[in-house]
Design a protein around this ligand. Sequence first.
Ligand SMILES: CC(C)(COP(=O)(O)OP(=O)(O)OC[C@H]1O[C@@H](n2cnc3c(N)ncnc32)[C@H](O)[C@@H]1OP(=O)(O)O)[C@@H](O)C(=O)NCCC(=O)NCCS
Length: 207
Amino acid sequence: MSTYRLEELKQYSDTLRTRDGEAVNLRFVEPRDTDELQHYFRSLTTRSRYNRFFGAISELPKGLLSEFLDVGTRERFTVVATKMVDGFETIVAEARYALHAETSTLEFGLSVDDRWQGHGVATALMKNLECRAAALGAEHMFGDTLRSNETMISLARKSGFAFVNHPDDWKLVRFDKEINVAPKDIPCASWRLPALSRQAERPSASA
Ligand SMILES: CC(C)(COP(=O)(O)OP(=O)(O)OC[C@H]1O[C@@H](n2cnc3c(N)ncnc32)[C@H](O)[C@@H]1OP(=O)(O)O)[C@@H](O)C(=O)NCCC(=O)NCCS
């Protein structure tokens, strides 16, 4: 189990930078985001939604929507990247990740608004997920994508992931990266502290 408390989650916000240096805020999803999150998924192109969910959906079905809004339960989390557009905080990207404590792995999936694709948002978001993975004590992080999703495959390759066959589905490929970051070296400030306190609470190997 992670050691941070859910009521404190709001403090774990980060600023991502696009390739042009533009700031994008990254935070955990909140109940107030329900409509905006659904609007975000409806606004993705059919192809982006298909690539994200491996199937044709026009919006998040009710069950999946409530899973997305449920942050922290069973070590599953949703983050949204937002920007102010015409005075409204608008979601431009999202990621859902889960810690599998038994295998010390962090599984994730993500998407970027089609109008924002190609600006380095996913690259920055995946770097940030790596901080979160390290803070949670994961040793590997991985995701699955359709074999036809050249963009994701290219992005994963550039971000240092290796590829393996998916264990159950030949249409998917799994990309996997070893996390080898000491808590004190985690590059995202908001995640360094919980990682260090987690480390301090852990009984030492020699005890
Ligand atoms: C895959 C996805 C997340 C990439 O997001 P993005 O913010 O556009 O990615 P970046 O701008 O950080 O691009 C990083 C790299 O991806 C690759 N890439 C981006 N757009 C590409 C395109 N149209 N064709 C091929 N490769 C592309 C490039 O290697 C790029 O690096 P480069 O710009 O240095 O060449 C986005 O396309 C998306 O949301 N797709 C739909 C959902 C999805 O496929 N999710 C993945 C499965 S969980």
